[in-house]
Design a protein around this ligand. Structure first.
Ligand code: SAH
Ligand code: SF4
Length: 389
């Protein structure tokens, strides 16, 4: 089953100016097919996989387990490409944001959030997003296209380059976890996301296990079960409201897949247990969804779902229509949820000074004029109309 996404199908050329094909993002089977197509043996694919995804090599000349003529043949036909780093920003708290340019000139952002002995990479799945959640900066971006599997895997590879983790140590990696929580709705680009995550999880390569990968969705109900069955990664659901009335407004996807359907899909997510819960994300918007009554309704809504709740203080962006809840309101809300037996950590905003925090990603940073604000309102209206059609 697939869900319509309204995103442009255009994908940039997978070859360089000399017509050489990029090997990043191909499945193992596709890589074997490529080897056969240039007259090499199938097992070369395994050797290449090791160099590309374990060693991080981008230069065939380095691949010394291959004989020189083989390396030359590969270099004639292929490249191992990385996106161009347009900006490398470092926050006072150590968070890094990379603005990456893809071969067609489109740009996406990835964010690395370091902790003491581990680190999480927040990966984008689309350029922009077709949805228009009212609190999210990415939703105001007009241009949208799906990223292909190469562009998704390349974000992880680029981060490893930047962190100097090729080959990655078994313990204490600074890129230990991945969250599909950057720009875009991953379940509207399922095929590419799935292909990319399978490459990322492969134990002979990048080797980040499904337990350390979390995919966040705004609630694309028809794709949730398949995601659980095929990828079995941790699921996060952007909930943010406990009534259809409010969720319809702040997350227009709710008009298509309302709370009842969403909660049913959550209950049926494959592999759930008390040890393996769904994370419900809840952005705290002052005066909108942050009352004690909302907290109690949230507890009720989650009955019967193994859940943890992530309270996210709203992160501001230029032109945002909401404000962050007060610290007191967040604490009272969190206490109610906690007393009902749910873990409910408040997510400390990271990288706000470089616009890298949740919901702040958008390739161009803006200082808005009235005309630009009107233009944004137009974009939202157009995208909402497309969702309704
Ligand atoms: N499209 C997917 C993946 C993006 S995840 C999704 O919506 O789930 C990004 C997370 O940050 C989501 O939970 C999103 O709702 C949240 N978010 C968006 N804008 C935010 C903001 N301004 N402040 C805090 N969190 C925000
Ligand atoms: Fe898209 Fe997620 Fe932002 Fe909503 S919160 S606009 S689904 S990226």
């Amino acid at each position: 089953m697939s869900a319509s996404n309204h995103a442009s199908a255009f994908v940039p050329p997978a070859t360089d100016a000399d017509g050489r094909k990029n090997l990043v993002g191909l499945s193992r089977e596709e890589l074997e097919g490529e080897m056969l197509s240039i007259g090499l043996e199938k097992f070369r694919a395994r050797q290449l996989w090791h160099w590309i995804y374990h060693r991080g090599s981008t230069d065939f000349a380095e691949m010394t387990t291959l004989a020189k003529p083989v390396r030359e043949k590969l270099a004639d036909a292929y490249i191992v490409a990385r996106p161009t780093v347009v900006k490398d920003l470092k926050s006072a708290d150590g968070t890094r944001k990379w603005l990456l340019r893809m071969p067609d000139g489109q740009e996406v952002e990835s964010v690395h959030i370091p902790e003491e002995d581990r680190g999480t990479l927040c990966v984008s799945s689309q350029v922009g997003c077709t949805l228009t959640c009212r609190f999210c900066h990415t939703g105001t971006q007009r241009l949208v296209r799906n990223l292909d599997s190469a562009e998704i895997v390349a974000q992880v590879m680029l981060a490893r380059d930047m962190l100097g983790e090729w080959p990655a140590p078994p313990d204490g990696r600074m890129l230990s976890n991945i969250v599909m929580m950057g720009m875009g709705e991953p379940l509207f680009n399922y095929d590419n996301v799935a292909k990319a995550l399978k490459i990322v999880m492969d134990g002979d390569g990048i080797s980040i296990s499904k337990r350390r990968i979390t995919l966040s969705t705004s609630g694309v109900v028809p794709m949730m079960e398949r995601c659980g069955q095929e990828l079995n990664v941790n699921l996060a659901v952007s909930l943010h409201a406990v009534t259809d009335e409010l969720r319809d407004i702040i997350m227009p996807i709710n008009r298509k897949y309302p709370l009842r359907e969403l909660m049913d899909a959550c209950r049926n997510y494959p592999g759930l247990s008390n040890a393996r819960r769904i994370t419900f994300e809840y952005v705290m918007l002052k005066g909108i969804n942050d009352t004690p009554a909302d907290a109690r309704a949230l507890v009720k809504l989650l009955e019967g779902v193994p859940a943890k709740i992530n309270l996210i203080p709203f992160n501001e962006w230029p032109g945002a229509p909401y404000e962050r809840s007060t610290a007191k309101a967040i604490q009272v809300f969190g206490d109610i949820v906690n007393n009902a037996g749910y873990a409910s950590p408040v997510r400390t905003p990271r990288g706000e000074d470089i616009m890298a925090a949740c919901g702040q990603l958008k390739s161009a940073s803006l200082r808005l004029t009235a005309a630009e604000r009107a233009a944004i309102a137009n974009v939202i209206a157009e995208k909402d109309a497309a969702l309704a059609s």
